[in-house]
Design a binder for this molecule. Structure first.
Ligand code: S3P
Length: 427
């Protein structure tokens, strides 16, 4: 296990950082390309372990993924000709790999077992069962958890499904599973989810919005394509937070996905008093791309609840850190989903701030941070959760004492050279 010690500073910085390719879009690009028959190309792919896990899984199904001229070339026989894997498919730490692949395989001819590491094996998969079985897909869980047994469906038929959480993973699993049905299906959920899959299906003419949240999937075959992946706003968020808690510091992160379901944290930072500028420059696969600049100011506590939670979900550990450096109380509610992420993030956030002598109390669906404007040093447990490790590193940049991050190497799940990039902003 790799640990890391970080020493805080009161020095300010001005940096411009091109963050690595978006993780959500990278998983999707590989899956879409793997489902299509023929040659696709992907540039800007995330170098994190989670996306490498999706690539490995596709290789076991007969998809070739290798270096191309300016990115990855994906060559596939198409989902209908995927081969039967000899062994269980290991999804590692990646919930997105397991859920999205379970969706595709559930209505396919391929029978597979999907397994994961200790953290993934403790994450609920029960939420996939009703939507996928609604299509006639085959999926069995182990008491609601991995391992999953999927695939070998005999008859699939369209379905209209509504799910109770704004989960892009469950929506995408259903949408990809529904493409093989004869006839259109629909899925609805509460708002705020990242709608990358819907935007892309719409762009290739395989579906459309019926309401703001209900999407229709039309049957069809995914064509091979070129995917130019923009930077990951959920990675950039760590750098935005580091600037926000350091008055006078500034970071520019060019060419990011600025899908509305991904940038709730910028609204939170703006509400707290940071200077936030977003410039839309482009669009890829129907998804907006742009540049973001965050400048630190003195901050005050805010409330994050309701629809804003889904679009801030992966950044809520950072909301706690920034809240600790603000004046007043920062409240998060309606975020029970945090309990079923790579760790129980509400418990992990509480332990992190307590270890750094911060003030926090928790509820079943959120927390209240008492912002005092400073944190001490300490030792932070990360529970094999990349976003907790990276949030602790951001907190550490302003701590009055040294911070030791246990199992800091888990950051490689999404961003292998995160610590060097973070610390490099001061040089
Ligand atoms: C993701 C969706 C979100 C997010 C996860 C990636 C995706 O999960 O937290 O990091 O790529 O679809 P949920 O679908 O569980 O909300």
């Amino acid at each position: 296990m790799i640990n890391r010690t970080i020493t805080g500073t009161t020095d300010t910085f001005a940096a411009s950082v091109q963050v690595p390719g978006d993780k959500s879009l990278s998983h999707r690009a590989l899956l879409f390309a793997g489902m299509a028959e023929g040659d696709s190309f992907v540039t800007g792919l995330s170098r994190g372990l989670d996306v490498a896990t999706t690539a490995m899984a596709l290789r076991t199904l007969g998809v070739e993924i290798g270096p191309g001229t300016d990115g990855e070339q994906v060559r596939s026989p198409g989902v209908d000709a995927w081969s039967q894997p000899a062994d269980p498919i290991d999804c590692g730490n990646s919930g997105t790999t397991m859920r999205l692949l379970a969706g595709v395989l559930s209505t396919s001819h391929v029978k597979a077992e999907l397994i994961g590491d200790a953290s993934l094996s403790a994450r609920t998969m029960a939420r996939l069962v009703d939507p996928l079985e609604g299509l006639g897909g085959v999926i069995a869980t182990s008491g609601g958890f991995p391992p999953l047994t999927v695939g070998g469906a005999e008859a699939v038929s369209p379905a209209d499904i509504a799910i109770g959480t704004a989960s892009a993973q469950v929506r995408t699993a259903f949408e990809l599973a529904a493409l093989g049905c004869i006839g259109s299906s629909t899925i609805d959920s509460p708002p705020g989810f990242r709608d990358h899959t819907e935007r892309w299906l719409r762009a290739i003419g395989l579906g459309d919005w019926e309401t703001r949240t209900r999407f229709r999937i039309d049957p069809g075959v995914i064509p091979p394509a070129r995917f130019d992946i923009p930077g990951d706003p959920s990675s950039a968020a760590f750098l935005w937070a580091a600037a926000a808690i350091s008055p006078g510091s500034q970071v520019v992160t060019p060419r990011l996905s600025i899908n509305p379901g991904r940038i709730g944290f910028l609204e939170v930072l703006d509400n707290m008093g940071a200077d936030v500028e977003i410039v839309v420059t482009d669009s890829v696969g129907g998804d907006p791309v742009g540049d973001v600049k965050v400048t630190g100011q003195s901050l005050h506590g805010v409330e994050v609840a309701g629809d804003l939670v889904a679009s801030t979900l992966d950044e809520l550990p950072l909301v706690a850190v920034v809240g600790a450096y603000a004046e007043g109380i920062t409240t998060v509610r309606d975020a029970g989903e945090l309990r079923v992420k790579e760790s129980d993030r509400i418990a992990a956030i509480e332990k992190m701030l307590v270890a750094l002598n911060g003030g926090i109390s928790t509820t079943e669906d959120g927390f209240d941070v008492v912002g005092t404007g400073f944190l001490n040093g300490g030792t932070v447990e990360t529970f094999h959760d990349h976003r907790i490790a990276m949030a602790a590193a951001v907190a550490a940049t302003r701590c009055s004492g040294e911070v030791e991050i246990i199992d800091s190497g888990i950051a490689a799940v999404s961003w292998p050279d995160f610590y060097e990039t973070l610390e490099g902003m001061w040089s």
